[in-house]
Design a protein around this ligand. Structure first.
Ligand code: NAD
Ligand code: TYD
Length: 349
């Protein structure tokens, strides 16, 4: 792999992956980051990367659904590998307006697969990033394995399931050198503050209500974003073509516990003037429709076959994440005020 196309590299996980790849691994090649810069894409997530990577990084603002532009990019940058993050990623948005999820997640993935198929002679790897949400909801017991049947419950997870099936089919039918990873909920630096953890950190910091859906007993299995990145890179290099790998941090947690932990760490750091516990800000709100009760990942295959291990416990990762948000107030202000969007308009039209 010498010329990697990364899609959605200005989003949360994609930007962490590009930083990891170019700053921490010995990957010798180039990265072409294609991102449409939706509300979730922020070039500031990769500030400094161009200078630091001596010509090995290029950014192109484009829509993965645009066949012509994507074909041009494949040729211009002689793409030989793809790490595909670009997606609409927020469940609540998919409930209100699913259209963009179908377009980007299904049609966009199909478009990339077609391009990969027509450039198959030089294609080393098409790695597709997916989610454990395609498996639906677990009861109190059990874990998702690579064999669990798909049963998506939200427009988001259904669109990701559709894209997973297409990627798999392109291996079976055309022999495309694909791998897929299905991971659990990520958290860490640069996550857009609409998702639970950054939303709660920033609201708690500012003394605002902390919305907890339903009874707060829904369970998510948290994965620190850098651990996700090491898993992806492991799979891209050593994963078997045509295979799927689950990536999880073994950190099952009820939402209410996550929110309370954030409150307690912030109280301990004494940021903010009040003497009240931030737990008092917790506000139970109406549940999400079709809200999956429990996710839990069994990542034995990745651990045993490719010797991958996560480095962070939930406590250590959460502390790092909180410290990151507190230490990046300017980023937070620009994201929350929408100033980053004005910057994008000014620079990219
Ligand atoms: P994100 O919403 O932070 O970033 C998505 C990026 O894709 C943004 O930069 C956005 O501008 C870009 N994008 C959207 N539509 C595009 C299009 N049509 N063309 C080009 N770029 C486009 O998402 P994330 O949290 O970084 O998730 C990345 C991937 O990981 C997604 O495929 C998601 O389904 C998957 N995933 C995320 C999580 C999680 O907890 N965040 C968990 C499991 C899987
Ligand atoms: P989220 O971060 O949106 O990720 P996902 O829906 O992909 O799992 O939500 C994580 C969990 O937190 C989920 O069970 C919904 C819940 N949640 C809240 O209770 N309050 C909130 O404000 C948000 C955004 C999520």
């Amino acid at each position: 792999m010498k010329n990697m196309l990364v899609t959605g590299g200005c989003g949360f996980i994609g930007s962490n992956f590009i930083r990891y790849l170019l700053e921490e691994t010995n990957y010798p090649g180039r990265v072409a980051n294609v991102d449409q810069l939706t509300y979730a894409g922020n070039p500031e997530n990769l500030s400094g990367i161009e200078k630091g990577s001596s010509g090995r990084y290029v950014f192109i603002k484009a829509d993965i659904c645009d066949q012509e532009i994507m074909a041009q990019i494949f040729d211009d940058y002689e793409i030989d590998s793809i790490c595909h993050f670009a997606a609409e990623s927020h469940v609540d948005r998919s409930i209100v307006s699913p259209d963009a999820f179908i377009q980007t997640n299904i049609v966009g993935t199909f478009n990339l697969l077609e391009l990969a198929r027509t450039h198959q002679e030089r294609l080393q790897r098409f790695h597709h990033i997916s989610t454990d949400e395609v498996f639906g909801s677990l009861g109190k017991e059990g874990f998702f394995t690579e064999e669990t049947r798909y049963q998506p419950n939200s427009p988001y997870s259904a669109s990701k399931a559709g894209s997973d099936h297409l990627v798999r089919a392109y291996h079976q039918t055309y022999g495309l050198p694909i791998t897929i990873s299905n991971c659990s909920n990520n958290y860490g630096p640069y996550q857009f503050p609409e998702k639970l953890i950054p939303l709660v950190i920033l609201n708690a910091f500012e003394g605002k209500p902390l919305p907890v859906y339903g009874d707060g007993r829904h369970v998510r299995d948290w994965l620190y974003v850098r651990d996700h990145c090491t898993g992806i890179w492991t799979i891209m290099r050593h994963g078997k073509r045509g295979e799927t790998y689950n990536i999880g941090g073994n950190n099952e947690m009820e939402n209410i516990t996550v929110v309370e932990m954030i409150c307690d760490i912030l109280d301990e750091l004494h940021t903010g003037a009040e003497n009240r516990s931030r737990r008092e800000l917790i506000t139970f709100v109406k549940d999400r429709p079709g809200h999956d009760r429990r996710y839990a990942i069994d990542s034995t295959k990745l651990r045993q076959e490719l010797s991958w291990r996560p480095e962070e416990s939930f406590e250590s990762g959460l502390r790092k994440t909180i410290e990151w948000y507190l230490g990046h107030q300017a980023w937070v202000d620009r994201v929350k005020s929408g100033e980053y969007q004005s910057w994008i308009k000014e620079h990219y039209g």
